[in-house]
Ligand binder design. Structure first.
Ligand SMILES: Nc1ncnc2c1ncn2[C@@H]1O[C@H](COP(=O)(O)OP(=O)(O)OP(=O)(O)O)[C@@H](O)[C@H]1O
Ligand SMILES: [Mg+2]
Length: 362
């Protein structure tokens, strides 16, 4: 049983004016797998280290199981952390690496043996227990680092980009292993990554950060379907959403040949601070490629990415304000050629509308 609460928690590094983490409010439920995601430098590791007790909390509080741990040292918080670089002891065997924390706690030998063997079985490391880390592959080392965390039976797992040293294929494999392991062990987990695909596939919920500020926290599906602001809309999803800021009129917006109908409420909300403009977005899969048509946007194809099952088509449209780039997904049999002109029409039910000033979803 463990819940985690960040209560307006801030970290301001000495000598810096801007908080690295700014009044973070976040409640993580028991047995939840929460992913913290965002671009480099947005404060993910700092947030995690504050929870671990490795970083001061300058304002606000952090609670584990409703107990204020803000000023407790790391060893009193009953958490286990897995880092990007594994930090295994090179002179110890896999067994000794996994046993180390328990040995420090003066756990009886028989109990250590049971815990290490159980974790080794879970992680398919049994045949490597007597090896040193240098004789292991990256993926195996990563599993030893996980094993070290598991044997301690902590209340909370903290993981900071634990897969970033692995090659792409192993990363995909290991990410599903970690997700199923977490479900099996039922330990509340906070997982940091800058990779939005990892976030979407692993997290029960995903917290998106930018410049030290939490932007949105929700299920992967909700973040994808109803991003709360322009940043989240552009960050989640690959290829990224097509997002354009265009002049607003009484009934909607115009995008070259495209007419984007907006409700009266949306127009009113867009007017507020929007400087006569509105930001609209549509995902690559939410546009149809149609025959030549007066109400579809002509796009000159710059690049076609054949994905096997379907294709990403990158192109540009010459609009009054200048050239604008777009990307749409097509079925493979409709794949256009480079240099060809295709006509695209976003599905009106799948449009995302944001205030052009604040970037907030309308
Ligand atoms: N020890 C430190 N002293 C001063 N500033 C720091 C320190 N550690 C981090 N920062 C700054 O705090 C901000 C947040 O850093 P943090 O390491 O939390 O980012 P991150 O989201 O984990 O990024 P990345 O994806 O690159 O790991 C950055 O602007 C960084 O430069
Ligand atoms: Mg980091």
């Amino acid at each position: 049983m463990a819940t985690v609460t960040y209560d307006k928690a801030s970290r301001i590094y000495p000598g810096s004016e801007r908080p690295a983490v700014n009044e973070l409010n976040l409640e993580i439920g028991d047995v939840e797998f929460l992913v913290l995601v965002g671009p480099s430098g947005c404060g993910k590791s700092t947030s995690l280290r504050m929870l671990a007790g490795l970083e001061d909390v300058d304002r606000g509080r952090i609670l584990i199981n409703e107990k204020d741990v803000t000023h407790l040292p790391p060893k009193s918080r009953d958490i286990a952390m897995v880092f990007q670089n594994y930090a295994l002891y090179p002179h110890m065997t896999v067994y000794e690496n996994m046993a180390f924390a328990l040995k420090l706690r003066k756990t009886p030998k028989s109990e250590i043996d049971r815990a290490v063997k159980e974790a080794a079985a879970l992680l398919q490391l049994e045949e490597y227990l007597s090896r040193k880390p240098k004789a292991l592959s990256g993926g195996q080392r990563q599993r030893v680092a996980m094993g070290r965390a598991i044997v301690r039976q902590p209340q909370v797992f903290l993981m900071d980009e634990p897969l970033s040293n692995l090659d792409a294929k192993l990363r995909v494999q290991t990410r599903s292993q970690i997700a199923s392991l977490q479900a099996k062990l039922g330990v509340t987990t906070v997982y940091v990554t800058h990779d939005q695909v990892e976030a979407m596939t692993m997290g029960h919920r995903v917290a998106v950060m930018l410049d030290g500020v939490l932007q949105q926290v929700d299920t992967p599906r909700a973040l994808y379907d109803t991003p709360g602001n322009v940043f989240v809309a552009g960050f989640m999803g690959s290829p990224a959403m097509n997002i354009k800021t265009v002049p607003l009129n009484e009934t909607g917006a115009h995008f070259g040949a495209l007419n984007i109908p907006l409700t009266r409420e949306q127009v009113a909300a867009a007017r507020e601070g929007g400087d006569g403009k509105v930001t609209v977005g549509f995902r690559p899969e939410a546009a149809d490629v149609v025959g030549e048509s007066a109400d579809a946007l002509p796009i000159v194809v710059d690049l076609v990415e054949d994905l096997g099952s379907d294709a990403n088509v990158y192109g540009h449209a010459d609009l009054p304000g200048g050239s604008e780039r777009f990307v749409v997904r097509t079925e493979r049999r409709n794949m256009p050629h480079m240099g060809e002109t295709v006509y695209i029409r976003p599905q009106t039910t799948a449009l995302h509308v944001f205030n052009a000033g604040s970037g907030i979803r309308i």
